[in-house]
Design a protein around this ligand. Structure first.
Ligand SMILES: NC(=O)c1ccc[n+]([C@@H]2O[C@H](COP(=O)([O-])OP(=O)(O)OC[C@H]3O[C@@H](n4cnc5c(N)ncnc54)[C@H](OP(=O)(O)O)[C@@H]3O)[C@@H](O)[C@H]2O)c1
Length: 235
């Protein structure tokens, strides 16, 4: 029986690195995203170290994404022990310039997709009395920033969602972890018109390493929230 870890948004950036590191820890990693090129790249990285990986190519904003995921994951002999809700987008502009479509995209991916995946696997985790739910949030889930109203709203909501789920699952042996990183040098910044120096940002390697330190099945304790910032602070 495989120990399964699901990582959303694993076709690039932080998700790709988290998936790789979970594979190194001997999880059968299910990687989710839209770009088949990106997913294959992550798959090859994992395949090179002779570990197991399953690609699920889909748009997490589709209403039926949970059923499509379960259809693929259900074929693997094993239990889903870890879910990393990582997929996310940021559209940064003045509130008056943000379209309803852009707003809904951020809410749908950053919040609703995490809800759907949580809802899908909580019953199985409850049955197994074992599981870790990770939510990749942001420092924007703790504090408002200008030109980020939709992104901040989605991340504040994700934080509240995770807090509530944690309270619900305390007696079930399921750990709920929210991660709040500052700026990381990932493709998320490719389309952002900002003056931030990418070389000054945290690397995916250091952030993924810190995130993986929260995945612990042995102890009765849990790191409930983790803020990861540069020593120098935010930009
Ligand atoms: N980079 C930062 O500075 C920073 C800081 C704090 C928090 N975060 C958070 O970290 C997480 C990962 O972001 P990243 O920085 O690694 O950026 P990224 O490289 O752009 O990764 C985003 C991932 O989400 C996936 N995705 C986007 N839309 C999707 C959709 N509709 N359906 C399925 N997957 C979708 C992308 O894959 P496809 O395009 O293949 O679908 C990609 O794999 C996000 O939640 C972000 O909010 C990032």
């Amino acid at each position: 029986m495989d120990r399964i870890a699901i990582v959303t948004g694993a076709s690039s950036g932080l998700g790709c690195e988290i998936a790789f590191k979970l594979a190194k820890k001997k999880f059968h990693v299910v990687i989710i995203g839209r770009s088949i090129k990106g997913l294959k790249n992550t798959f090859d990285k994992i395949d090179n170290i002779n570990e197991k990986c399953t690609i699920v190519q889909l748009d997490l904003c589709q209403d039926n994404c949970a059923e499509l995921i379960e259809k693929q994951v259900g074929k693997i002999k094993g239990n889903v022990e870890v879910i990393v809700n990582n997929a996310g987008i940021g559209i940064f502009k003045n509130v008056e310039m943000l379209s309803i479509n852009e707003w809904q995209k951020m809410i749908s991916l950053n919040l609703t997709a995490a809800f759907l995946l949580t809802k899908l696997y909580v019953p199985k985790m409850k049955k197994n009395k074992r599981g870790i739910l990770l939510y990749i949030n942001s420092v924007a889930g703790k504090k408002g920033y200008p030109f980020s109203s939709g992104y901040v709203a989605s991340k504040f909501a994700l934080r509240g969602f995770a807090e509530s789920v944690r309270e619900e699952l305390r007696t079930e042996g399921i750990k709920v972890v929210s991660i709040f990183p500052g700026a990381i040098d990932t493709p998320l910044w490719d389309s952002v018109d900002s003056q931030f120096d990418r070389k000054e940002m945290m690397t995916i390697t250091e952030v993924a390493e810190t995130i993986l330190s929260t995945i612990d099945f042995k102890n009765i304790s849990v790191i409930e929230e983790l803020v990861i910032r540069r020593i120098k602070g935010d930009f």
